[in-house]
Write a protein that binds this ligand. Structure first.
Ligand SMILES: Cc1cc2nc3c(=O)[nH]c(=O)nc-3n(C[C@H](O)[C@H](O)[C@H](O)COP(=O)(O)O)c2cc1C
Length: 186
């Protein structure tokens, strides 16, 4: 069997009932057999402060180490005010610092977004793609997973019940794994 691809997933939402956390839990069930997804919770990452760069907070150290050792990254996020939620941007900023130790450097990445609204958080995805240029990350282009009207597709226990959404998530994971193998010649 091919080398197993390790993926680190995190959500741009801290709330327990998060639709985006639900997408990541579905991804755990839908991962290909040759991949292993681990979910990291961004709760506890303090606000970024350059004065702390010489004594990086423990939670940030842990986050950076997990990113560094993963073959690929999976982000699931809502959009906030048409853009990247503060907690996700803050975590990305920490992990990208200092520039010579940008943990995301060269990593393949897949993105998904969910929103109760009709665009499924689409705009956060394009803002993330813009940040990926500076982070030197390699995003999967397709499929684009926008989960619109999330309340109709995720039940009150936080399970993604909509079959079309589950299929898209599965396809994204398959694409991410194939893309990772291609980039890293694994
Ligand atoms: C500060 C804030 C800004 C928001 N802005 C948007 C927005 O621009 N577009 C959108 O579709 N939903 C927006 N929402 C609604 C979120 O999509 C919704 O709360 C979503 O469920 C959050 O994701 P989660 O379920 O993963 O926590 C916003 C919510 C908050 C709290």
């Amino acid at each position: 069997m091919d080398k197993q691809i390790t993926i680190l997933g995190f959500a741009g939402s801290l709330r327990k009932g998060s639709y985006n956390k639900a997408l990541l839990r579905a991804a755990l069930e839908l991962s290909p057999a040759d991949a292993k997804l681990e979910i990291f919770d961004l709760e506890g990452i303090p606000p970024y402060n350059m004065d702390l760069e010489d004594r990086i907070p423990e939670k940030v150290k842990e986050f950076k180490e997990k990113i560094r050792t993963a073959d690929a990254i999976l982000m699931a996020s809502p959009e906030h005010n048409y853009s990247i939620p503060g907690i996700l941007k803050n975590a990305i900023d920490w992990a990208s610092r200092p520039p010579e130790d940008n943990s995301f450097n060269g990593k393949p990445v897949g993105i998904m977004s969910a929103s109760p609204g009709m665009l499924g958080g689409a705009r956060v995805q394009y803002h993330l793609r813009q940040a990926f240029v500076f982070l030197n990350m390699y995003p999967v282009n397709r499929p684009e997973v926008f989960v619109t009207f999330a309340a109709d597709k995720i039940d009150d226990k936080g399970k993604v019940t909509d079959e079309k959404t589950r299929k898209k998530i599965k396809e994204l994971l398959e694409s991410l794994v194939a893309w990772t193998r291609k980039l890293k010649a694994l």
